[in-house]
Ligand binder design. Structure first.
Ligand SMILES: [Zn+2]
Length: 245
């Protein structure tokens, strides 16, 4: 199983850095997790978009959804141009209902609703969904494939109990859109210290600090993370591919 970073900006894109998007691949299966602004442009460096086997959108904030419409339009264009397009299942939360309505009822991206009872079995992997603490309905993801565990927090503030699904993960991509020094104004996202706490609590083997806000200086994120000593964290980088045995 491997996961490639297609975008990690939080809120809006940075120069050459799309907002959230991750390509999860295992057993000749490709799943796009989140589809933010600019993600499609990155995705097609690695696979044709029509070869996706599923798209999972963790919540309906625009920095996680904005290229969904572009993807739908692209599939429609190719279909109308005579190419046989296989429908790609799209998994999204039901709320906010007004935003959900934008994605409902499309033959090329047929929608299924995510909730905490949903467990997907796809090509030998088990994918489960875990409510996060965010301003809209939002889910973290745990993927188990063979002996590997991949987890993704999506957007969340720190609520230790809600994060038990991170336990023993080989890789956790975590929302690190906050900084300790902005603590009072920036609690919708986690700080490097919050991510360190999750690492310590749940025995995560490797942490990627992601959802980085473009107006933050990444050196502040690194300084806060490194103040906790030597722990296995990395700051997200475009195109970086993480392989889990
Ligand atoms: Zn969000």
């Amino acid at each position: 199983m491997n996961v490639r970073i297609l975008g990690y900006s939080g809120g809006y894109p940075g120069a050459g850095i799309p907002t959230s998007g991750y390509l999860l691949s295992f057993n000749r299966t490709n799943i796009l997790i989140d589809c933010g602004s600019g993600v499609l442009c990155e995705l097609i460096k690695y696979i044709p978009f029509e070869c996706l086997d599923a798209v999972i959108v963790t919540h309906l904030h625009h920095d996680h959804t904005s290229d969904l419409r572009v993807l739908r339009y692209a599939l429609d264009m190719k279909s109308k141009n005579g190419q046989a397009i296989r429908p790609i299942p799209l998994y999204v939360p039901h709320n906010p209902a007004s935003l959900f309505a934008e994605y409902d009822e499309n033959a090329l991206l047929p929608v299924s609703v995510i909730d905490e009872r949903l467990v997907l079995s796809i090509a030998g992997a088990t994918i489960s969904f875990h409510p996060s603490v965010h301003s809209v309905e939002c889910y973290g993801i745990r993927v188990e494939y063979n002996t590997s565990i991949f987890t993704y927090s999506s957007d969340s503030s720190l609520d230790i109990q809600s994060f038990s699904y991170l336990r023993d993960a080989d890789l956790a991509i975590l929302d690190c859109g906050g900084l300790e020094k902005n603590e009072k104004t920036d609690k919708k996202h986690m700080s490097p210290g919050d991510c360190f706490r999750l690492f310590s609590e749940f025995g995560i083997k490797r942490v990627v600090l992601s959802h980085l806000i473009p107006y933050h200086d990444v050196s502040d994120t690194i300084a806060e993370a490194s103040s906790f000593g030597d722990w296995p964290y990395e700051v997200a980088e475009m195109g970086r591919n993480y392989i889990m045995e």
